[in-house]
Write a protein of this length. Structure first.
Length: 219
């Protein structure tokens, strides 16, 4: 892979991973639009692991507190998290739908759905959903009020991230807003960054974006 392509894709990954857009789709579409050979899977994984580590380090205190409280230990000073000691298990429950949907629709996600048209449509669709969620949400709840129904609804929303072009963080934020959570919920409440799932070799094409996701499905 040419060094210019490496630099450009690394910049694209760095800029899009922390926004509610699909970084995997942007990587794929960038290569496709510029007429480059689409990047190999191991390169995608390396980029996502880099941003994943950055997120884990940034939220390390939160994660340690969540894990400790999940096992009945006292740790951390975040008052919101202290009021919800079941957070770890609610997070675990929320990951089940995306795992099930990923298993069932794995082939479609790696072949039929993996094309610029689907990615473009989903990028626009998630944007519209986020706009609607912003207008509909009352934003009166925080993480301390997170419960089982919330976890199930948000987990089902995250399952959509198996469709290429769907931002896991974007769909998570939207689900949270529809459940009347405040905006910070999306970036703190649920994990939304993970390495991309394996996919078969892709032929050279003009212009492509790579989206991550919730991980998981690249978001």
């Amino acid at each position: 892979m040419p060094i210019l392509q490496v630099i450009v894709l690394a910049v694209v990954q760095g800029l899009t991973e922390f926004l509610p857009v699909s970084s995997t789709a942007h990587l794929y579409l960038t290569s496709w639009l510029l007429g480059w050979h689409t990047e190999a899977l191991d390169f995608d994984i390396a980029l996502h692991i880099g941003t994943l580590l950055a997120i884990l380090l940034y939220f390390m205190r939160d994660w340690l507190q969540i894990v400790a409280q999940g096992f009945g230990m006292r740790f951390g000073r975040d008052e919101e998290l202290k009021q919800n000691r079941m957070m770890l298990w609610l997070l675990a429950i929320a990951t089940i739908p995306v795992g099930v949907f990923g298993y069932v629709f794995n082939k479609q996600a790696e072949t039929t759905w993996r094309n610029p048209f689907v990615m473009g449509v989903m990028l626009v669709a998630v944007g519209v959903v986020m706009w609607l969620a912003e207008r509909a949400g009352r934003m009166r709840r925080d993480l301390s009020s997170l419960n089982l129904p919330d976890s199930v609804v948000i987990g089902m929303a995250q399952a959509l991230s198996i469709v290429p072009g769907t931002s896991r963080s974007g769909i998570t934020i939207s689900a949270g807003l529809f459940r009347d959570f405040e905006r910070p919920f999306g970036r703190r409440g649920f994990p939304s960054c993970s390495p991309p799932r394996p996919s078969p070799p892709r032929p050279a094409r003009r212009s492509t974006i790579c989206t991550s996701t919730a991980a998981s499905t690249p978001s």
